[in-house]
Design a protein around this ligand. Structure first.
Ligand SMILES: C[S@@+](CC[C@H](N)C(=O)[O-])C[C@H]1O[C@@H](n2cnc3c(N)ncnc32)[C@H](O)[C@@H]1O
Length: 409
């Protein structure tokens, strides 16, 4: 018999990957959203499709956690906008929960005992999202989808989104579009791209202040004392302070020396490779590898003043990587990789563990993918010698990690 729609009381257990907490009821696991560890709550079951577990929202809090706060966004909450996971959680407690998730993922997927403080980025927990995709309903009204729903929760504002991006999209009509991508760059340029219902781009509009350096569909970003051009709504760290923080962590872990060879895999517009290029100097080499043609073109322009840096367009997969390594004049000293959410995967990780590099610096937005891949390095005799994590996505359960792997001696 399904529990869908049923209500019952539970005591909420630890946080889990994905922004929910784990509770138990009549021997079954219940993944509870809108709750905090230790709380006694009434839940309403929202999904019951699996024998072992169901999903539920906390709809009444009987015994609140001291970490519970009033939600700053009136659109969040059970059955409402699904853009945030933890509007009801004090920001410092959000960081503790993210640290708990990283610890749990490393224990479960890599058999490693790690503990860490998730570092706060400047700017506060609201108005940090400089790049966003909003869904559009059949009437042309923009918003975000409720958790695990195809509906659109219509929004007039989104308090985690920077104001120029929210103003450019929300409270307007986007007839004929299925979604709108928006990005605000470091000099206030706003790019909006509409997408059809299958996710194909329809049209792009760029509004930039006079005197901006970027042209065409490019946006201008600043990080690590350099200017970077990026395709308008193409990949760039979403939090305005994230690029600097991550480059700082990567540079600290990599410790590159003059004359070294560095691979920057999944390079985007060349952020990490370009930032490390000065360290390897004219005698060194930096190779940025990226699959997206627009990002490669931007990276080539961004690195044009660094003769030691080059951009190779191609897929990072086991075969492509093996070919790339064969074409280099020698093995890399340092490999930096920053793959999408799914991570590099076991095959790519196994190839990287066999390159002879003295260090691998792995930037990851999903601690589960990271822990899975770190386990592959560990099996090949590498050690996790550094791990930092950043709250680059406040109010959500997401966390950005930077890991240092070194071959065991
Ligand atoms: C998380 S972003 C990182 C970009 C860059 N490191 C930065 O911080 O700005 C991941 C990048 O990997 C690229 N990408 C995704 N899959 C890829 C693959 N299999 N091979 C090469 N690049 C890939 C995407 O186009 C995207 O630019």
């Amino acid at each position: 018999m399904t529990w869908l729609g049923e209500r019952f009381e539970v005591t909420v257990g630890p946080v889990a990957h994905g922004g929910h907490c784990v509770a138990r009821h009549e021997g079954r696991v219940v993944f509870v959203r809108h709750a905090l560890p230790g709380e006694r709550v009434v839940v309403a079951v929202t999904e019951d499709r699996h024998a072992g577990y169901c999903r539920a929202d906390a709809v009444e809090v009987l015994d609140p956690s001291p970490d519970r706060v009033e939600r700053p966004c009136s659109s969040s909450g059970p059955g409402r906008c699904g853009g945030c996971d933890w509007q009801h959680v004090d920001p410092a407690a959000q960081r503790r929960l993210k640290g708990d998730v990283v610890t749990e993922q490393f224990a479960r997927l890599a058999g490693m005992d790690v503990s860490l403080d998730v570092e706060e980025l400047p700017g506060g927990p609201l108005r940090w999202r400089s790049r966003a995709r909003f869904a559009v309903d059949r009437s042309g009204r923009p918003g975000l989808r409720p958790h695990r729903s195809r509906e659109v929760f219509v929004l007039d504002d989104c308090p985690i989104t920077v104001e120029p991006a929210a103003d450019a999209v929300l409270g307007r009509r986007w007839d004929g579009a299925g979604a709108v991508d928006v990005a605000v760059d470091s000099v206030g340029g706003v790019t909006t791209t509409t997408l059809d219902r299958r996710g194909h781009p329809q049209s792009t509009r760029v509004v930039r202040p006079s005197g901006a350096g970027a042209t065409g569909s490019r946006a201008e970003r600043k990080a690590w004392h350099r200017d970077w051009q990026v395709e308008g709504t193409g990949f760039w760290q979403v939090h305005p302070a994230a690029a600097d923080a991550l480059v700082g962590a990567v540079a600290g872990f990599a410790g590159v020396r003059s004359g070294e060879r560095v691979l920057d895999l999944y390079a985007g517009a060349g952020l990490f490779g370009g930032s490390l290029a000065a360290g390897v100097g004219a005698a060194g080499q930096v190779v940025c590898v990226e699959s997206d043609a627009g990002a490669c073109a931007a990276a080539s322009d961004n690195l044009s003043d660094l003769p030691q840096a080059e951009v190779w367009q191609g897929d990072v997969d086991a075969e492509g990587l093996t070919e790339l390594l064969a074409e280099l004049d020698g093995p890399p000293d340092v490999v930096v990789l920053d793959p999408p959410r799914s991570g590099a995967g076991r095959e790519v990780s196994a190839v990287l563990a066999d390159t002879g590099a003295r260090a691998v610096v792995y930037v990851a937005c999903d601690p589960a993918s990271l822990a899975r891949d770190v386990a592959v390095f560990a099996e090949a005799g590498w050690r996790l010698t550094g791990l930092r994590a950043y709250d680059a996505f406040p109010m959500t359960a997401h966390v950005e990690c930077v890991a240092l792997l070194e071959p065991a001696r």
